[in-house]
Write a protein that binds this ligand. Structure first.
Ligand SMILES: Cc1cc2nc3c(=O)[nH]c(=O)nc-3n(C[C@H](O)[C@H](O)[C@H](O)COP(=O)(O)OP(=O)(O)OC[C@H]3O[C@@H](n4cnc5c(N)ncnc54)[C@H](O)[C@@H]3O)c2cc1C
Length: 427
């Protein structure tokens, strides 16, 4: 396919069909339909790994949205109130104005986006394992993607640009690396136990680890069903039995759920790092999603950032003259947000800031909508200044002052967690 002339379909390869890859593909077909008019402009191939070790387990993605968004059909549950509970049981009820906290299951999201791609004349999802991306050997601008089909047969695909969401082998050198790691149970209780209007974002009534912080997270799906997670921000993953012990204590001693069955599990680890992720390998090969730095360092939230990233890429590719420019590689987060996260990560990692107190006070002292904009990276400088003044100023200033003098050290990668789904009865 020719793709380097104005007016001809632009051949785009998206590597990885997870949150970032499918979101970008969806934005591209939407732009094609809504902004560019009849006659499709983009030729989109998503290459997604076949079933096996490269494919992550099904997961849930939560994000804030102030209206029915593009993925409303895939939203499993939504909450208009958020709760943060301090270690002493003090509860902060946060009502995020018109915003709702929404949950999308990755399986429903994939189904929805795949159906949209199937309806586009030039979009497809290929099952294959990408091995390598290189410059085109014929000297024309673009990339050649080397992949193996599910039977192991190698093939190549040429495109003008590649957007790559494969997880990197290691994390970039950083001053601070923490992990947000968790295990959750989808529980069904014997009696109605949950308030379906409220999500418990952070419940600090769990024993705190020696380093970092820990909290419970409860997303009610029905009066007798919820996703209940135990989460830590710390340097090391726990063993499955250790997560299970923490979940048993939280569901039993703190939530007092009584009898319940575990219908499914979710486990994961998200890097929280001030390392700088490379956004491109070459003018035609760009990294997106977590691999391209879309995970917000201080919170682990990624889904909202990959939407911004997908939209910005689709908008840039829609402009005239595209094939003659390097691939767009928009920054997923503002520099200011990353700088503030670096300070907070350092303050948490050194133990200068009491994590549970910090997050509880953040929600208690600041209007919820402002906190959510701050966590999403869309707050204004004035809002950030106000939030900054309500933080423990001394420890934060000390952390900020030492950051420029700290070396960025190589950090290990995180092996993806592929927990076997387990069902248990806790009656
Ligand atoms: C359990 C869990 C829950 C999370 N919950 C939230 C949340 O609530 N809100 C939020 O904002 N963020 C959340 N995150 C963080 C983040 O949103 C997710 O990690 C998200 O999946 C990242 O999207 P991605 O596209 O960058 O990576 P992925 O979704 O992991 O996609 C990468 C894709 O690349 C494919 N791939 C890998 N290697 C190859 C190869 N060689 N060839 C072809 N394909 C390949 C994989 O199969 C995969 O589909 C969560 C993370 C986890 C692990």
């Amino acid at each position: 396919m020719r793709s380097d002339k104005e007016g001809e379909p632009l051949a785009l390869v998206i590597i990885g069909g997870g949150a970032a890859g499918l979101s970008l593909a969806d934005w591209l077909v939407r732009y094609d339909r809504e902004e560019l008019g009849p006659g499709s402009r983009f030729d989109v191939t998503v290459i997604e790994a076949p079933e096996g070790p490269l494919r992550p387990a099904a997961r849930t993605w939560c994000f804030w949205d102030d209206g029915p968004g593009a993925y409303e059909e895939a939203v499993t549950a939504q909450w208009s109130r958020l709760r943060i509970t301090g270690p002493d049981g003090e509860r902060v009820e946060a009502v995020p104005g018109p915003s709702r906290y929404r949950m999308v299951r990755s399986t429903s999201f994939e189904e929805l986006v795949r159906a949209r791609l199937a309806a586009h004349p030039r979009a497809r999802v290929l099952r294959a394992t990408v091995r390598r991306v290189q410059a085109r050997p014929d000297g024309r601008p673009g990339v050649r993607v080397h992949a193996d089909d599910p039977a192991g047969l190698p093939f190549v695909l040429d495109a003008r640009y590649a957007f790559d969401s494969r997880p990197p082998a290691g994390l970039p050198p950083a001053r601070t690396v923490l992990l947000q790691h968790f295990r959750g149970w989808f529980v069904r209780t014997d009696r109605p136990r949950f308030d379906t209007g409220s999500a418990d974002l952070m419940d600090f009534r769990v024993p705190q680890p020696a380093h970092g912080l820990a909290f419970g997270y409860v997303l009610p799906l029905a009066p007798d069903r919820a996703l209940v997670e135990y989460t830590e921000f710390s340097r090391r993953l726990l063993t499955v039995p250790a997560y299970e012990r923490a979940l048993r204590a939280y569901t039993g001693e703190v939530l007092g759920l009584g009898g319940f069955a575990v219908e499914d599990v979710e486990q994961g680890a998200i890097p929280m790092t001030d390392g700088r992720f490379a956004r491109r390998t070459s003018p035609a090969h760009v990294h997106i999603g977590t691999a391209g730095g879309a995970t917000r360092p201080a919170t682990g939230y990624t889904f909202a950032a990959v939407q911004r990233q997908g939209r910005a890429i689709a908008a840039a590719l829609s402009r005239p003259g595209t094939p003659h420019r390097p691939a767009p590689a928009p920054a997923p987060h503002r520099r200011r947000a990353l700088a503030m996260d670096a300070v907070l990560l350092r303050a948490l990692d050194t133990g200068r800031v009491d994590g549970p107190r910090f997050f509880t006070d953040l929600f208690r002292r600041t209007p919820t909508e402002q906190v959510l904009r701050f966590l999403d990276g869309t707050s204004t400088p004035l809002e950030e200044l106000r939030i900054g003044l309500r933080c423990p100023v001394g420890p934060m200033l000390r952390s900020a002052a030492e950051l420029p003098f700290l070396p960025r050290r190589a950090a290990p990668g995180i092996r993806p967690a592929h927990p076997a789904n387990s069902r248990e009865d806790h009656r």
